[in-house]
Design a protein around this ligand. Structure first.
Ligand code: AMP
Ligand code: GLY
Length: 421
């Protein structure tokens, strides 16, 4: 099978690494990819926003299957246009991608299909939103409706913070993503991420993970795209996974199909495990980054037939097997991230991963024969171990071999799981 992978981050490097191991693969292309992905795939300089160029490439190269990594091309309808042109695609339609693209859309699906989530209201103007916040009191959560690179959410512990967040959204802090605001109840508990495939009818549970969103040790400082992750998430016991499937995932699949937007692809459910059980915080419609990196390290099965089954309505015919080992990844980012940072700083040495480790590239490029950092999040030093502590020690041993002066990382990835014992 000839496969085209769309994307250029650490998530796509992990997907490329796993797809490249498939005996079913004849050739892997990646667009635009990065130097790490280039070790697994032939890189193609395609702009994912130019749907006709992507379709023309797929026709010329006789691509059998397209895997879309990031959310932006899905929300822009790349999967629809490729499917209309006759290609099998892993990833939801534009309409189904609203589960990530619009928080209000997701909350309405939850309300209609009785999916546990915080109580909410949608607003298109500041005054009624503020009146609702005053009536509900703090803590309360204010969210820009649209895609805001993970920055559109304010968990307000005071009324003043919530009111300021409403003003910010309507003043355009998140552009058109903030033209509508969702105000929702604060959920108290432990967070976990749950990954599950769907072909529109059937669900295949994958695995669980925990992310570290804040930039600083001890979960301090501003939110980021994720500074590290590990899998599995200890809070997701078999019972919690089973409840998540029956109370959240299955009603979502039915609800999306009933609403005329059958969902194919991966559900990345952000959950809060409250005293009532799992409640939905949000859906993403693609693999998490860096959660995907730890999932791929733990997946024993061939990834390619599983993704293809999700894309072609045959998910009931496949299964996924997982290693019992823990996988943990540490993100190295450019100094300054998530605010401004220098681009093009040289990375002079990267360690070889070995049997239990793997270095995924997230934001790198080759410039005049030198590997350089081009992004905020740049490298994912990833390792497996029998325990979180062992995986953590191995991942940091890799970090310590990286020679990149402008890089930094958190030093405590996995701390909750280690504290739990
Ligand atoms: P989101 O972008 O919706 O995942 O929100 C970002 C982060 O805000 C989540 O990972 C949670 O830590 C927090 N958050 C979002 N919604 C809630 C909520 N209703 N209650 C408590 N925390 C929340
Ligand atoms: N790591 C969080 C995300 O991919 O959204």
């Amino acid at each position: 099978m000839k496969v085209l992978l769309i994307g250029s981050g650490g998530r796509e490097h992990a997907l490329a690494w796993k797809l490249a191991q498939s005996p079913l693969l004849t050739k892997l292309y990646a667009a635009p990819g990065n130097p790490g992905i280039g070790e697994e795939a032939e890189l193609v300089a395609l702009d994912a926003e130019d749907h006709s160029a992507v379709i023309a490439f797929c026709r010329d190269t006789a691509i059998d299957f397209v895997v879309v990594g990031p959310e932006a091309p899905l929300v822009a309808g790349l999967a629809d246009d490729l499917r209309d042109a006759g290609f099998a695609v892993f990833g939801p339609s534009r309409a189904a991608a609203q589960l990530e693209g619009s928080k209000g859309f997701t909350k309405d699906i939850c309300a209609r299909y009785n999916i546990p989530t915080g109580a909410y209201q949608r607003f298109t103007a500041a005054e009624p939103a503020k009146a609702y916040v005053r009536e509900q009191g703090a803590p309360i959560v204010v969210k820009a409706d649209g895609l805001a690179a993970g920055k559109g959410v304010t968990v307000a512990m005071t009324l003043d913070e919530a009111l300021a967040a409403i003003d910010d959204c309507f003043a355009g802090a998140f552009g058109s993503a903030g033209a509508e605001v969702v105000v929702e109840a604060y959920l108290d508990g432990e967070e976990a991420s749950f990954f599950c495939l769907s072909d529109g009818k059937t669900a295949l549970a994958l695995a669980t993970a925990q992310d570290h969103k804040r930039v600083g040790d001890g979960d301090t400082g501003p939110n980021t795209g994720g500074m590290g992750a590990y899998s599995p998430a200890p809070v997701m016991t078999d019972e919690m996974v089973a409840r998540t499937m029956t109370e959240i995932i299955e009603p979502t699949i039915r609800g999306m199909a009933d609403s005329g937007f059958p969902f194919t692809g991966v559900f990345f459910a952000g959950l809060m495990i409250t005293e009532k059980g799992p409640e939905l915080i949000e859906y993403n419609v693609r693999f998490g980054d860096p959660e995907c990196q730890v999932l791929m390290m733990r997946l024993k099965s061939d990834l390619l037939p599983i993704l293809y089954a999700a894309a072609t309505g045959t998910l009931d015919q496949v299964s996924a097997e997982w290693r019992d080992d823990v996988a943990l990844t540490v993100v190295m980012a450019s100094k300054g991230y998530p605010a401004a940072y220098d681009k093009g700083t040289p990375i002079r040495h990267l360690p070889a991963g070995g049997e239990t480790g793997k270095v995924f590239h997230a934001g790198t490029a080759m410039k005049d024969g030198q590997l350089v950092a081009t992004g905020g999040r740049v490298l994912n030093l990833t390792a497996t171990g029998r325990t979180v502590a062992e995986a953590q020690a191995r991942a940091y041993a890799l970090v310590d071999q990286v020679e990149w002066e402008n890089g930094f990382c958190r030093r405590d990835i996995g701390w909750q799981a280690i504290e739990r014992g």
